[in-house]
Design a protein around this ligand. Sequence first.
Ligand code: HEM
Ligand SMILES: [Cu+2]
Length: 550
Amino acid sequence: MIEATEAKLKQVEPRTHYLNANYGIKSWLLTIDHKRIALLYLASITVFFFLGGAFALMIRLELLTPKGDIMTPDAYNKMFTMHGIVMIFFFLIPAIPAVLGNFLLPLMLGAKDLAFPKINLLSWYVYNLGAIFTLYAIIAGGVDTGWTFYTPLSVNSTSQVTPMAVGIFINGFSSILTGLNFIVTIHTMRAPGLTWFRLPLFVWAHYATSLIQILGTPVLAVTIVLLGIERIFGVGIFNASLGGDPVLFQHLFWFYSHPAVYIMILPAMGVISELIAAFSRKKIFGYSFVAFSSLAIAVYGFLVWGHHMFVSSQSVFAGMVFSFLSYFVAIPSAVKVFNWTATLFKGSISWDTPMLYAFGFIGLFIIGGMTGLYLAALGLDVHVHDTYFVVAHFHYIMVGGAVMAYLGGMHYWWPKITGRMYPEGWAKLSALLVFIGFNLTFFPQFLLGYQGMPRRYHEYADHFQVLNVMSTAGASILGVGYVLPMIYFIWSMRYGPIAKANPWPGSGLEWQTSSPPPTENFEETPTVTWDAYEFTKDNSRRYDVVKQGS
Ligand code: HEM
Ligand SMILES: [Cu+2]
């Protein structure tokens, strides 16, 4: 009843917010509003998600039967390479920071924008410039080296390695600039009263992620430049016959790429902390442990790259050290899982769609993380290295973890972003499809890998077929689960019920302004007098009345 009146009022009295403040292509392409830039990223990233998804389905179709009958081995190599490259560099790494981070950080901090709004816009253009080179490489024939570009293959390959490397190199700068912008913003633009230990854990997670982006990404950039130099001039950096070392490439590559998996998972953990608090209406148990565990993960993450190289000619002693250190990375992750669980304990839990994704995340992340411990065990890894066990493990982390959190976060903040609610029934259905489809796709791959099916092969022995058919069937369900939200999100932008300022309700500053927020985010700079996740007793909003823009 009250809601109906509220909706009517809004129809009578249209208010200005960041979406309707200006119209026209130019007002979008030249915007320096972090909220609009987030949406620009959302558009670019969604294109790449579905491109990468199309490659994935081609892989699974090929693997439906043991004989390689729908494509040549060469085409298959290109298929999984491009799937990996697109998903990692153009979807997973930017997804949560560039879309949700961009949109939310200034709102959560009570700031008007990021510290460097123009650099923020520049980051988006840099992303797209990199994307153009990558798309060119794909159209011009693709790359067949695997997303890891291992030498010597990547030096000798006649496929489009060079333009692809250029694309990833350029894209890296977008990542660095975003990280830099976030760090400066978090340091300098917090609202009065918003001390470090009152920050939402989402902000802590992005702070830690930004550190990795700034420290790690340049290493990848250097690695790629060296690869380019080696390909063009053949100076003998990686070429053993000229005195180079092909394994050096793997060291450089994983020195970046292991920390990079935390670029993908830390922001996801930040999202999950917000969801768990909001939907159990409790303060996160052990707030400062969760905050510091993000930093610990960011720092430790740089010490364990060698666990990707147990069988790449490093000494047994080096292998033991990397194995040992890898177990330590598990501790801060486990701290988070334990603390989320403790938060749920005796909480008043509600089962809205974002919470379903949060539960999904926790379950799948535990499976992904525990199997990571198996892989970190030197002796076991020698057995399952380069089998489907590894493929299953990293999909549980990256798809079961990062993508679940991304979707959960998109649902949670959708009313804030668009001012409209999504259809809850459809959303629950798609969350269910994603969960079932995901497990059916990737769980059989643990068994396949354990039984010895190698990854990156386009034919396999007959007795692996049953599990592969299950996996392909799961992938189809997962595909439907991913397409559904895209459809109803677009639908909801026009027809969804009008959202309140704080529909769940949540406790962060972003919920204290109207949905969608005005261009300047807040009517007046808020002063913070409460700690993170301090919910009011009656579960109501902290401020019931949020002044609307004129
Ligand atoms: C429908 C969903 C998906 C299916 C069916 C699928 C399938 C596969 C398969 C079969 C491989 C192994 C290729 C091989 O080693 O022969 C693979 C590799 C990979 N996937 Fe996925 N995938 C899916 C979704 C995703 C998503 C959403 C991401 C990232 C967000 C992702 C990231 C990767 C990466 C990084 C690799 C490694 C490529 C490599 O080095 O072999 N995948 N995927
Ligand atoms: Cu690793």
